[in-house]
Write a protein that binds this ligand. Sequence first.
Ligand code: ZN
Length: 239
Amino acid sequence: QTANSDKGFFLMIEGSRIDMAAHSNDPGTHVHEVLAYYEAVKVVRKYVDDHPGTVMISVSDHETGGLSLARQINSTYPQYLWYPDVITRIKNSSYALAVQLADYWKADRLNFINETILRGSLGIDDFTNEEVTFLNENQTLQSYEYYLANLTSWRAQIGWATHGHSAVDVNLYARGKDTEKLRGNHENTYIGEFIKDYLGLDLDSITLKLNSDNASFHLSSPNITSFNADHLAHYHHLH
Ligand SMILES: [Zn+2]
């Protein structure tokens, strides 16, 4: 639709599920979200290279989880290592496995936990009686999810600082026209300024236009205050 337009287009692509994987401290899902995002970036980068004058900016609004490639798993002086092979064996998200655990109460539940969940989906062979006992008991969905995620994080010796967002600096990548200006450390608002300048936007007049038919464009939907988000709690309560 934009091929014959002289106005161009703006496209936002969000790799949104890495945030939820990190809220769960789920290392397997986390890395697969990184890889999927990289595939998307490759497509956009090729488009930018094929269309001089276009710009790609890749950035995050925050880190989640306080992920670190380090974990002290006992009281002795730690070895300087982590085990990526543990992550490569994970086949499902902790959330998907938690849903299965919460639903499966047949007589062979113990076998299901040992073979399907632990060996088959998480690639864990050295599970303990204590771990199996916890998973065999009736827990909340979130308890299962966090527990499963920790089984692999612990064995990989990956550290997580929080189930929330962190304040660490995030990476900024850019390609295309004038993106040299984005090198270095910047406040997040600097990226907005760059886009405004690149597109030649007059933000004051756009704000007036957005508000011209509404009391405020933030409240453009009359039902917004009664919007029921209860069923989205899993995605939004920590978001
Ligand atoms: Zn979040």
